[in-house]
Design a protein around this ligand. Structure first.
Ligand code: AMP
Ligand code: ZN
Length: 471
């Protein structure tokens, strides 16, 4: 496999360092809201990377995807809702797991929460190591990283040292490149904030230290093979992770840095919770689109290009997937005996093209192109009566191997096994039920509700009207 490495700004040959196992850390969701489809673009692309490393690279995986369950945003959200932090973040972790499963994302080997005690203790150990090595200092009960103590601070984001002020501090988790400052490792807390005391005074971790400590603890020390996330994490998050990890161990932290470009909504705006322009997986399904179509849209643009999301792209994805599934169904109907030499050769070429394109920095659009060229040739061969049952098996095997990496056919099969739900029909049943209730015909209203329930659709009556969702 060849991968673009943000650290070197080059495409490089990739192989894991130790025992053919890829040690990979991907920054997970900050669990203060249900993840939006921009977040899931990153998670789906990294799932394709994981599958490619296994099925094309032939490696084993040891992958960690964390939950950021303590930071400025989660604390503010829990306070706003008046619930304990853990109870607040539990909801969004459950929602993430549901959406990830819906999109066919393979579970990582580890999915730690920052507030698990072993992780908090690991963070404190890392901070103590930084203090011992002269990279950290205390001020007003908090502990800060001194960026001037690390000459290569800024190497990932390529920062210019000229504008950095020694000793200027920043307490918030997120800030811009031109505000590169000494950042907080452990933050003094107020009386009603979640607080832990494991050796550097009462407080709570800064966002960046969480990932450094979890990556080093769960991936057996440095260097790890791949560290990944969306491009917005390059600065300050990943830059600071490097500073903390390399400052505390004296060794390289991660060999490869992989960053997924943003999903944009509308013309040119990054989908983001803080901008309020978000759609989540459920919103897409409620419009009647299937998970396979969403996964297809999220993976069919190269991960280093921005993806402009539009509803029409889901329609096109549905159409492409229908063509693929129709071709598979036609293969099942082939009855002519035997095999044709040129079909086997054609399948071999498609497999090679798919493999080469995926191995080339995860060129998913190119790989999908190879699949649809094969679909076209197979359809032509079937039309001409030039395809036998043995060929059909060879083609089917090829499609299965493509899907080990892309994971869309498997989703489609799962959807087709589930009872179909027609959005327009649901809407019209809801309307009928509303009319029945207006006429105080409650038995009819209840019958409609039960009928939908039996088909996996639950209704929710709100002051703004009736909403529905899948169970
Ligand atoms: P967060 O919950 O903000 O920490 O983000 C979780 C992951 O989603 C990170 O890897 C982010 O870089 C990524 N991400 C956030 N917004 C987008 C977006 N609009 N498009 C793609 N990835 C995103
Ligand atoms: Zn992280």
């Amino acid at each position: 496999m060849r991968l673009y490495n943000t650290l070197t700004r080059r495409i490089e040959d990739f192989a894991p360092l130790r025992d053919d196992t890829v040690r990979m850390y991907a920054c997970g969701l900050t669990v203060y809201a249900r993840g939006h489809i921009g977040n899931f673009r990153t998670f789906v692309c990294l799932d394709v990377l994981r599958r490619a490393l296994r099925h094309v690279g032939g490696h084993r995986m040891r992958q960690v995807v964390n939950f950021t369950d303590v930071d400025d945003k989660t604390i503010a959200g829990a306070r706003r809702d008046g619930v304990p932090l853990r109870e607040y973040t539990d909801r969004y972790i459950a929602a993430f797991r549901e959406d990830a499963e819906t999109l066919g994302i393979e579970p990582a080997e580890e999915s730690p929460r920052a507030t698990d005690e072993a992780n908090l203790r690991a963070m404190v150990e890392t901070i103590r190591a930084l203090e011992a090595r002269g990279h950290a200092y205390r001020s007003d009960g908090s502990v800060y990283f001194r960026i001037a103590s690390l000459p290569d601070y800024g190497k990932l984001a390529r920062l210019d040292h000229a504008g950095m002020q020694d000793g200027a501090r920043i307490d918030s988790d997120e800030y811009a490149k031109d505000a590169a400052r000494d950042f907080v490792l452990w933050k003094a807390t107020g009386p009603d904030e979640p607080t832990w005391d494991y050796g550097v005074g009462p407080g709570r971790p800064g966002w960046h230290i969480e990932c450094s400590a979890m990556a080093l603890r769960l991936l057996d020390g440095s260097p790890i093979d791949i560290h990944a996330g969306g491009v917005d994490l390059i600065f300050p998050h990943h830059e600071n992770e490097i500073a903390q990890s390399e400052g505390s161990t004296g060794e390289q932290f991660a060999r490869f840095w992989v960053h997924v470009e943003h999903l944009l909504l509308g013309s040119d705006v990054k989908m983001s919770k803080s901008l309020g322009n978000v759609l989540n997986v459920r919103d897409v399904l409620e419009r009647g689109y299937r998970p396979s179509a969403l996964r297809y849209v999220l993976l069919s643009t190269h991960y280093r290009k921005q993806l402009r999301f539009g509803w029409d792209s889901l329609g096109q994805a549905e159409e492409a997937l229908r063509r693929l599934m129709d071709c598979l169904a036609r293969l099942d109907a082939v009855t002519a005996p035997g095999a044709q030499a040129d079909v086997a050769e054609r399948v071999g070429a498609a497999r090679e093209a798919f493999r080469a394109r995926i191995a080339d920095d995860l060129n998913t659009p190119g790989a999908i192109g190879a699949i649809f060229e094969l679909v076209r040739d197979v359809n032509t061969a079937i039309d001409a009566g030039d395809l036998g049952v043995e060929d059909a098996a060879t083609v089917r095997e090829a499609f299965e191997s493509f899907d080990d990496v892309l994971g869309v056919i498997a989703l489609r099969r799962r959807e087709e096994a589930a009872p179909p739900v027609d959005v327009l029909e649901i809407e019209s049943l809801i309307e009928e039920r509303r009319a029945a209730r207006r006429q105080r015909d409650f038995p009819t209203a209840d019958r409609i509700r039960d009928e939908l329930d039996a088909r996996g659709i639950v209704l929710e009556d709100t002051p703004a009207g009736t909403r529905w969702k899948r169970k």
